[in-house]
Write a protein that binds this ligand. Structure first.
Ligand SMILES: Cc1cc2nc3c(=O)[nH]c(=O)nc-3n(C[C@H](O)[C@H](O)[C@H](O)COP(=O)(O)OP(=O)(O)OC[C@H]3O[C@@H](n4cnc5c(N)ncnc54)[C@H](O)[C@@H]3O)c2cc1C
Length: 367
């Protein structure tokens, strides 16, 4: 029989979103736990490429209650973020249970059952903070590429040495594709396939960082129900680079969308083709909520929610891309949604039988 434990609130995921909500729950004095699949904190950051630098300066990388250390104008590295998150959990003594992957979440008697391999939790309320970038996505065209080509998703790319010698192709016109293509261009011929163009924005304007302007103008907090928020959410932004700059300054050769492949040759929708030794698919992620058994998804599998609050009583999401604003999935602004969800959790009035059962068990335990 698997072990059963009980908490008033269970948070699934111990990244920045899980820790930010944990901070508020601890302040409110709630009984909660944070279940984190990975064996160390800051896991998502540790799996990103070695040279990654944030596109947000340190002054905008802090979670509630603890400044990001060092010069506020610098752009921290991947490892600094992982360390910051580790220190954050320690500083506020947050109850993060590492190595705890949640396999299933079900409703039960008005509350929730959170199932792991070796144990199960009962909870009145659950926050899903499992991140906006979960399952690496690679387009079907990858299957037609010959076996002689070394292919990997950007999550497997660490540094130029990860790839074989010779000409390489990076697929994906977002920040990840641009940064990896630029890094690779230092020592070899690089081709970049851009399927859809993103809006390029400069990293710095008149000696100030882009995010200073987004904050000062209030754009970072424009919500998805405003006209400008809706417009912004439709198109991703490419920060600190442009196709022209990548081509001129770094010599990267640009192509359209990758549409076919045979052996080592990849074809693009602009009629060009190239023979390569390696490919990095910087083609994004899909979310995987298949383990959640609750009526909170639309026909396309998207979470139906109002600022992270679902129609299932006591079930919340935190850290989704554009959950409420552009800042929702960013280090420095996830605190706004976290604070909101924490206030809803605090005001929650449990009515279900599951809660009555929990309350009874708790009073039995105490007596
Ligand atoms: C390449 C890249 C660069 C980025 N750069 C920046 C930047 O410069 N500035 C910025 O503000 N943002 C940046 N972001 C966006 C964002 O800050 C990160 O994606 C961040 O990791 C999201 O935090 P999160 O807590 O929502 O999710 P994650 O960091 O993904 O954390 C989710 C956690 O949930 C755990 N988990 C998942 N499923 C389960 C389960 N079933 N059971 C238990 N645990 C589970 C995972 O192990 C993970 O630790 C970047 C994102 C990417 C991909």
């Amino acid at each position: 029989m698997t072990e059963k434990r009980r908490h008033d609130i269970v948070v699934v995921g111990g990244g920045q979103a899980g820790l930010a909500i944990g901070h508020h729950l601890a302040k409110q004095g709630h009984d909660f736990t944070i279940l984190e699949a990975a064996s160390e904190p800051g896991a998502a950051w540790r799996t990103r490429w070695d040279s990654l630098k944030l596109f947000t300066p340190a002054r905008y990388d802090a979670l509630p209650g603890m400044e990001f250390p060092g010069d506020p104008n610098r752009y921290p590295t991947r490892d600094e973020v992982a360390e910051y998150l580790t220190d954050y959990a320690r500083r506020f003594d947050l109850p993060v249970e590492l190595g705890s992957r949640v396999r299933a979440l079900r409703s039960q008697n008005g509350g929730y059952l959170v199932e792991l391999d070796d144990r199960t939790y009962e909870a009145n309320q659950v926050v899903i903070a499992t991140g906006p970038f979960q399952t690496p996505f690679v387009p079907p065209v990858a299957e037609d590429v010959g076996e002689e080509v070394v292919q990997m998703h950007s999550t497997a790319y660490r540094s130029p040495e990860t790839l074989p010698e010779g000409r390489v192709l990076v697929v994906g016109g977002g920040n990840t594709g641009f940064q990896i293509a630029q890094e690779l261009s230092a020592a070899r011929e690089v081709h970049l396939s851009i399927g859809s163009r993103q809006t390029p924005l400069p990293q710095r304007i008149l000696a100030r960082d882009l995010f200073w302007y987004l904050e000062a103008t209030g754009l970072i907090r424009k919500t998805t129900d405003s006209r400008i928020g809706r417009r912004m959410s439709r198109r991703d932004t490419l920060i600190g680079s442009t196709p022209r700059r990548l081509r001129r300054r770094y010599g990267v050769r640009l192509h359209g969308r990758a549409v076919g492949a045979e052996g080592p040759t990849v074809r693009f929708d602009d009629g060009t083709q190239v023979e390569v030794a390696g490919i990095v698919w910087a083609t994004g992620f899909r979310v995987d909520h298949s383990w959640i058994d609750a009526p909170v998804f639309d026909a396309a599998g998207r979470v139906v929610h109002q600022r992270g609050v679902t129609d299932a009583p006591g079930l919340y999401f935190l850290g989704l891309t554009w959950q409420h604003t552009r800042g929702s999935a960013l280090l420095g602004w996830v605190k706004d949604d976290a604070e909101y969800i924490a206030s809803r959790i605090d005001a929650f009035q449990p009515t279900g039988a599951g809660d009555r059962e929990l309350a009874t068990n708790e009073s039995q335990e105490r007596s």
